[in-house]
Write a protein that binds this ligand. Structure first.
Ligand code: CTP
Length: 410
């Protein structure tokens, strides 16, 4: 993926043991197509050599405001101006407690803080990835600084929790490079769902026959997980109810794991009370054995299959679409349809049957487990085919499309 193609990031390092993660972050940004200009404080150079960062970024590292080298293609001895003007964002990772305190006061006694102060506010966003000991992080002074920096328009990312270099355990670790990358990619996405709550169901359900077997299907959950991730990127608060799948939880998303259709229905009904949007991508089993056996069902030696009685599972989507919030439009319901034949006709009939304003149809067998897909949007106007694309790109497009159709945020 080239998620950051065309973006120029100034990666600032202030002093902290988390500088070792900045090396991997630099590579990750470049792998996603960004160009990276590294700027280090004197303290950062105690933890990581500029040689390493130069090799990884493919550009000379700057650390002094007195540096007379050509910066940003200009020879005016003003690296703080030239380097900040060409940036799409300044990302300081790690941002130490001291560096944040300094920024808060608008101090500018080294190149990195000078650049942060001198950047054009409306054009070059500043993103901080804090990193410090847990006592430093929870200290009222740091928390006050974080709150004020946010109020000043700076994006201060979360911190991670866990073991710290000092041997203590708690909040304050810098996020891992992969998490930071996710946050930076998300940062550049339009915030079409800011302030909205989105509920997504994904994956198959598993309906037990006995303790060792059950009925399920080939849904991998990829499309639903991609939608949950895209909704988070678009600024929504996202809850993902997942059937049994092996996918990692998308960053920023609250995940609830369930197994059966009944469990998925219960979770979805409870969560839908708070949601503005419900996107049902799950391939819910239509039927479940009426009574799962307590013990493993054994062969009878005669070749007779065991008698099996099935009960229809509740339709989660139709149920929520018919709920008072669904009917009033307070809960905007989006269905999915996996078809094998007669896709457009089946999808239109399904949209009507489920009572949803929007249904997204795809060809089940060629979508299950794949990283790309072709979607057909079905609304009251008819069927709108979308060109084949990656599930990630389609998820973003769908999220934007849903956002466009929502009633204005109250
Ligand atoms: N769905 C649901 N609960 C069910 C069955 C389906 O919420 N018990 C949702 C799916 O998540 C999807 C949509 O309904 O958004 C359509 O699912 P699909 O399996 O394609 O349709 P079915 O209603 O099962 O119809 P059929 O099997 O006849 O195609």
């Amino acid at each position: 993926m080239n998620e950051l193609a065309g973006k120029h990031i100034v990666l600032g390092l202030s002093g902290g043991i988390a500088c070792y993660k900045a090396a991997e972050l630099c590579r990750a940004l470049i792998k996603q197509g960004a160009s990276v200009q590294v700027v280090m404080t004197e303290a950062a150079e105690r933890f990581m050599t500029p040689v390493t960062m130069q090799a990884l970024s493919g550009r000379p590292v700057f650390s002094s405001q007195w540096d007379a080298r050509t910066a940003g293609g200009v020879d005016n001895n003003m690296p703080h101006i030239n380097l900040s003007r060409e940036a799409d964002a300044i990302l300081v990772a790690p941002a130490s407690a001291d560096f944040m305190a300094k920024l808060l006061h608008g101090r500018a006694d080294d190149l990195l803080s000078l650049m942060c102060l001198a950047r054009p506010l409306e054009r070059v966003p500043l993103i901080l990835a804090p990193a410090m000991n847990r006592e430093m992080w929870v200290h009222p002074a740091t928390q006050r600084n974080v709150a004020q920096l946010r109020a000043d328009g700076t994006t201060v990312l979360d911190v991670g929790a866990g073991e710290q270099a000092c041997g203590e355990t708690g909040d304050g670790r810098m996020l891992e490079p992969a998490e930071l990358l996710d946050d930076i990619v998300a940062f550049f996405q339009p915030k079409a769902l800011a302030g909205r709550r989105v509920l997504v169901t994904a994956g198959p359900t598993f309906e037990p026959i006995d303790p060792v077997r059950g009925i399920t299907n080939h849904s991998s959950g990829k499309m639903g997980f991609a939608i949950a991730h895209a909704a988070w990127e678009a600024g929504a608060q996202v809850t993902l109810i997942a059937g049994p799948v092996t996918l990692p939880t998308p960053r920023g998303v609250r995940r609830l794991d369930v197994t059966t259709a009944l469990q998925m229905r219960d979770a979805a009904e409870a969560e839908a009370l708070q949601a503005d949007v419900f996107i049902a991508t799950a391939a819910v089993a239509d039927w479940r054995p009426a009574q799962a056996a307590d013990q493993k069902i054994k062969k009878d030696g005669q070749g007779t299959p065991p008698p099996m009685v099935f009960t229809e599972n509740p339709d989660i989507l139709a149920g929520l679409a018919a709920s008072p919030r669904g009917r009033s439009g307070a809960l905007y319901c989006v269905g999915f349809a996996a078809e094998t034949d007669n896709l457009q006709a089946h999808a239109q009939a399904k949209r009507a049957r489920k009572g949803v304003p929007l249904l997204v149809a795809n060809h089940g067998p060629s979508a299950f487990g794949q990283d790309d897909n072709q979607l057909y949007l079905v609304d009251e106007q008819g069927v709108h085919p979308w060109p084949r694309d990656s599930k990630r790109a389609l998820a973003r497009r769908l999220v934007a499309e849903v956002a466009r159709r929502l009633p204005p945020n109250s």
